[in-house]
Unconditional design. Structure first.
Length: 287
């Protein structure tokens, strides 16, 4: 851990605008619901964006492109015009879904449609936002999968990224892994703000194992950064086994949101996609 005076406080990351990636998947609907709830609690606005996938449009122009659906007897020829019509309908449904959620929560909102490579367009759009929320996949797949766009965004985006499969409807603690880094400081202060959305909601802080760092110094730093909420903070150091298997460890903590500094996620032995699909809980990655 880099030594810093406890008087050196990182600037608190504020959330004024939440960008949410919208598509036709159930995971996207869950991400929208959580994004709107956060916006309502944090007095933020929501911007919905639907990306027309340029890769799919180019593929549809190929002469041998075919579409196979489960209820059809065989493949049908695929055209770019059909794909464009489908995308327009999906965008209309996405905008309607955003309108219904935002109006119900009385949250300011906007919507736009972009065209290009999905991950690249989302990361570019997110640069003007304080948080990007997206579904774990763009299909109705099981939890044991991470979409390629989500994977690319989590590993490359500079904006905090919230990856959602499902929203847990009952209030549960916010969980954060804290290693004393500057990124972890920012993540911890953001976690405190999110935990405060629900009165008396605990904030669980996991520290590296004793052999890896000065646990007592980390504990003091956590309490200093959480000075206004120390009564709700629960701190414990991980065992070496728990630290090396952070995803199942976090899963056992029964939390409603897991906040992770990006360097911690990058340093895990398991690939990012494996780490994230092991967790049903929404995960917020902070860089």
């Amino acid at each position: 851990m880099t030594e810093r005076s406890t008087s050196q406080r990182p600037s608190v990351r504020t959330i004024h605008r939440i960008l949410v990636a919208l598509d036709a998947s159930p995971h996207s609907r869950e991400a929208l619901e959580l994004a709107v709830n956060l916006a309502a609690d944090l007095s933020a606005e929501v911007e919905g964006v639907f990306i027309e996938d340029a890769t799919a449009l180019r593929a549809a122009k190929l002469p041998f492109a075919q579409e196979v659906r489960s209820y059809q007897r065989g493949p049908q020829s695929l055209s770019d015009r059909r794909i464009e019509r489908q995308m327009r309908r999906q965008a209309e449904r996405a905008e309607d879904m955003l309108w219904r959620h935002a109006e119900h929560a009385d949250v300011p909102y906007s919507f736009r449609v972009l065209r290009g490579k999905v991950a690249e367009e989302l990361m570019a759009a997110a640069e003007a936002s304080d948080l990007l929320a997206l579904g774990k996949t763009s299909t109705a797949s099981s939890r044991r999968r991470l979409g390629s766009s989500a994977q690319a965004i989590v590993t490359k985006a500079s904006t905090p990224v919230l990856v959602v499969r499902r929203v847990l409807r009952m209030p549960l603690p916010v969980l954060i892994y804290y290693d004393g880094s500057e990124t972890a400081d920012a993540a911890l202060q953001l976690a405190v703000r999110l935990a405060r959305r629900v009165p008396n909601l605990p904030l669980k802080v996991l520290l590296p194992d004793d052999a890896a760092t000065d646990t007592e110094a980390l504990r003091e730093r956590v309490l200093d950064l959480c000075a206004d909420a120390t009564s709700l903070v629960q701190i414990r150091a991980l065992t070496p086994l728990e630290a090396s298997h952070l995803a199942p460890t976090a899963l056992k903590e029964d939390s409603g949101l897991v906040v992770l500094p990006a360097p911690v996620l990058d340093a895990q032995a398991s690939p990012v996609e494996q780490f994230l699909y092991e967790l049903d809980t929404p995960v917020l990655v902070v860089r």
